[in-house]
Write a protein that binds this ligand. Structure first.
Ligand SMILES: CC(C)(COP(=O)(O)OP(=O)(O)OC[C@H]1O[C@@H](n2cnc3c(N)ncnc32)[C@H](O)[C@@H]1OP(=O)(O)O)[C@@H](O)C(=O)NCCC(=O)NCCS
Length: 314
């Protein structure tokens, strides 16, 4: 088995592996990965996707890629064919990851590396990360069916209203995200949350680019304090399968918490998706974020998988 630069290959070489991967995402996460797979194949054809391929007898049977975002490297994906049934998969995954991590750590100007590997069970690919000094944060992939009646929504205080997301909400939503995640474990995992410009970039990625599903304005809402007209909370959803919604962001300003706003935002999204005959709503949450996990459990979400987020700061 050889590990080679992904830029030596074309979409024809990688397509069979991505077809396998698309099936795995569908089975494990009810997630249609074909849009992401197409995007990856376009980048591979353009020879602009940095990463590595595991090759045996001329065939790619594993790959990992990463992207540079300023001084940060983000590991985008790691996948090995027949991962759960292939006894050599752990070794191949470790070798691919070791190459990716070394490349990023040696890239001039890269001071931070982030990775979230949703289809890999917690702990399974942790070794090369921990050996290189990464922090590990277990995260839950949770979902709730939408084809059963909703529980009654909490009544909100009269001073707060929930209204549909609009493109004019960008700036206020970015300010709310920055304030909501100050000192929060998720801003250790994703450093974009730490600044207003980072939160704007995060929003831009979620709303304008199809990396994490296709943004779904219909099931995205903001909570507004009526008197001051300030955005005090928001929920953003994407469509990750024709009938599956995924919460990409939900937060409430600290001074407005514990008043039912978080629950009302989730109820608004679920209600909209239910009306449009979606069958499932999913989300990810950091295991240590006990308060959010508790809220999701109360609303009927159950845990489908536990995966890991990894962070390195050089
Ligand atoms: C998670 C979050 C959105 C909840 O918003 P909220 O408006 O406070 O939530 P609600 O008032 O609707 O609370 C509903 C439930 O959350 C849980 N909860 C709220 N505050 C809690 C606290 N201090 N301790 C434990 N559980 C708490 C409870 O289960 C509560 O139900 P109850 O009121 O019947 O006891 C909010 O805490 C937040 O923005 N946190 C920071 C960002 C974040 O973690 N987002 C989620 C990322 S996945």
């Amino acid at each position: 088995m050889e590990i080679l630069d992904l830029r030596h290959f074309s979409s024809v070489d990688l397509r069979p592996l991505l077809e396998d991967e698309t099936q795995v995402w569908a089975r494990l996460l009810s997630w249609d990965y074909s849009g992401s797979a197409d995007m990856i194949l376009r980048y591979v054809d353009g020879k602009i996707l940095p990463g590595y391929a595991a090759i045996e007898r001329g065939r790619i049977f594993g790959y990992a890629f990463f992207v540079y975002e300023g001084s940060k490297g983000v590991i985008g994906d790691l996948f090995v064919a027949n991962g759960s049934r292939n006894p050599n998969a752990p070794e191949i995954e470790t070798r691919l990851l070791t190459h990716v991590i070394e490349t990023l750590q040696q890239s001039p100007g890269v001071h931070r590396i982030e990775a979230q590997l949703l289809v890999h069970e917690t702990g399974v690919v942790a070794r090369p990360f921990l050996e290189q000094g990464f922090q590990r944060h277990p995260r839950l992939f949770m979902s709730t069916p939408l084809n059963r009646p909703a529980r009654p929504s909490p009544s909100l205080h009269a001073d707060v209203e929930i209204r549909p997301w609009s493109d004019q909400d960008y700036q206020a939503a970015a300010a709310a995200i920055t304030a909501a995640y100050r000192g929060h474990v998720d801003s250790q995992i994703n450093d974009q949350y730490r600044t207003l410009s980072g939160s704007l970039r995060f929003l831009n990625n979620i709303v304008r680019f199809p990396g994490c599903g296709l943004f779904d304005a219909g099931s995205s809402f903001v909570a507004v304090h009526k008197n001051s007209r300030t955005v005090v909370g928001l929920i953003l959803c994407s469509r990750v399968r024709h009938d599956v919604g995924h919460v990409t962001q939900v937060c409430v300003l600290p001074e407005h918490r514990c008043r039912g706003i978080g629950e009302a935002l989730l109820a608004a999204s679920a209600g909209n998706l239910r009306q449009r005959s979606f069958s499932l709503l999913s989300l990810t949450v950091t295991e240590a974020n006990l308060r959010a996990v508790e809220l999701y459990k109360q609303l009927g979400f159950t845990t489908n998988r536990v995966f890991d987020a990894f962070v390195w700061e050089g």
